[in-house]
Design a protein around this ligand. Structure first.
Ligand SMILES: Nc1ncnc2c1ncn2[C@@H]1O[C@H](COP(=O)(O)OP(=O)(O)O)[C@@H](O)[C@H]1O
Ligand SMILES: Cc1ncc(COP(=O)(O)O)c(N)n1
Length: 266
């Protein structure tokens, strides 16, 4: 049976991040992709020029219209933009008891532009974190959620992940991409085990959409795999392949996107 996977996120006309990246990732994993849009973002490889939010009530409308009809096997949540949209999504997650929820707590784009209002971070922490099966913060997002300093050492990542779990989150994938270095290290704290996931760092400036791709791949894979650790490990491998494939792309002047190739297109 083909699995149905939903993304709840903002858009990227350049196709590198947000809903567009998520749908490409779902297809690449042999799942059926669907999307509920929270914000239209005028952005490309060089940054964000404007955000047009969808009214929270219309986010609810999209979710109910979809969920009254279609079975959903996994969900990825990305950009939510403001506290009203967070509340709307939290309410529908509860109402429909959606399974396999991956929450990427998107706050700031690589270009430095905010994708979540600063005052909405508490709503994200209190209303959505407890409803997610896995959260995938990068290091600045982890610090914001904890009201703590951003850590700068891989050795401190397991303790930071444990602090996040104590906020009432089932599982944490703490992403260490912002640390730089020759390998890219993430820490998974899930189901009683803590695991370092290491991949060689791909030397590229085409890294737009890495976080979106990793969380979307995890949701798609969780719909197809028996446990979270397997889904996360495979998603991380997929991301490295998508970063390597990005070297072939000629998209934009700035941080280009990763590429969702299919082997049979080679
Ligand atoms: N150049 C790279 N090579 C390999 N993996 C990378 C590279 N850049 C980022 N990653 C990986 O991409 C994922 C997201 O990166 P990160 O920068 O931590 O988060 P975000 O994209 O949310 O800011 C992480 O798994 C990170 O390890
Ligand atoms: C709509 C949207 N959502 C998320 C991101 C973050 O992108 P990244 O995966 O590069 O952190 C983005 N730039 N735009």
């Amino acid at each position: 049976m083909i699995r149905n996977v939903l993304t709840i996120a903002g858009t990227d006309p350049s196709g590198g991040a947000g809903v567009q990246a998520d749908l490409k990732t779902f297809s690449a994993h042999g799942t059926y992709g669907m999307s509920v849009i929270t914000a239209l973002v005028a952005q490309t490889t060089t940054g964000v020029s404007a955000v047009h939010e969808v009214p929270a009530g219309f986010v609810t409308e999209q979710l109910r219209t979809l969920l009254d009809d279609v079975r959903v096997d996994a969900v990825k949540i990305g950009m939510l933009s403001d506290a009203a949209i967070i509340g709307a999504v939290a309410a529908e997650l509860e109402r429909y008891r959606l399974p396999n929820v991956v929450l990427d707590p998107v706050m700031v784009a690589k270009s430095g532009d905010r994708l979540l209002a600063e005052e909405a971070v508490l709503a994200l922490r209190d209303e959505l974190l407890p409803r997610a099966d896995l959260i995938t913060p990068n290091l600045p997002e982890a610090a914001d959620l904890l009201g703590a300093e951003e850590i700068t050492d891989v050795a401190d990542m397991p303790a930071q992940a444990a602090r996040l779990r104590r906020l009432g989150v089932a599982r944490v994938l703490l992403k260490g991409g912002h640390l730089g270095g020759s390998s890219s290290v993430d820490v998974l704290d899930a189901d009683g085990a803590v695991e370092f996931l290491r991949e060689e760092r791909v030397d590229t400036k085409n890294d737009h959409g890495t976080g979106c791709t990793l969380s979307a791949a995890t949701a798609a894979l969780r719909a197809r795999r028996p446990d979270w650790a397997t889904a996360v490990r495979e998603a991380k491998e997929y991301l490295s392949g998508a970063l390597r494939a990005a070297e072939q792309l000629e998209v934009g002047q700035g941080h280009g996107p990763v590429h969702h190739f299919h082997d049979r297109w080679d």
